[in-house]
Design a binder for this molecule. Sequence first.
Ligand SMILES: [Zn+2]
Length: 236
Amino acid sequence: MKSLDLLWELQMHSNMLRDAKRSFQEMANGKEIRILEGKLKQTERELMELEEKIDSNEERLNKNNFKLKEYDYHLKRIEEELYNGNISDAKQLKYLDDERRSTEENIEEKETEILGQLEEMEDLRQEFSRIENDFKDLKKEYSILIKGYKAAVKDFKSKIMESKRKTEDIISRIDDNLLERYDNIRSRKGNAIAEVVNCKCSGCNMMISTFMIDRLKDDDEIQFCESCGRILYLKR
Ligand SMILES: [Zn+2]
């Protein structure tokens, strides 16, 4: 293989390696993973808070149900006393009747309160199951992401190894002086070798003389772009 072809190959591999490193660096930053981890923690917190709310609501509900039973029992006792006909004293009858009325009011109040609590409980349970589903989805997404990440790391490592091996092989076949010039231009211009396309240098877009193109066609002599100084390459 001619030196120019080798240089062209070298540049291709170096650029590929550079791009692979860049995208790997981005992934290694793990921004996506960290965002997802944050979401998972937040959702877990929400679930715990909801669970506490549901527990305390249940406790209040149980207390109220107990209270309601007490009122019911109390009402039954009053009604028994009122209607068994043993009491004839008007004052006492009035007292019992007032007591009956106020207990009935208490019962109604408690029942309304319990109904409200049951509705609230239903809402809380629905919200809990919705967030629980979100949490499951997030966990799935997270495990897929981690799997992909591991596969990408493996793939990247093998690509790097392959690219390094090829680069070393190419370098060993290029003349030291030429390599030095190549490195020198590359450090200043990015790409050191530019393909001639449609009689133009693809590095700076300047026209290349037919004389120079003929020389590029004929031999392996190194020609530089007069405008940008890059090594010119003509694909055969
Ligand atoms: Zn140029």
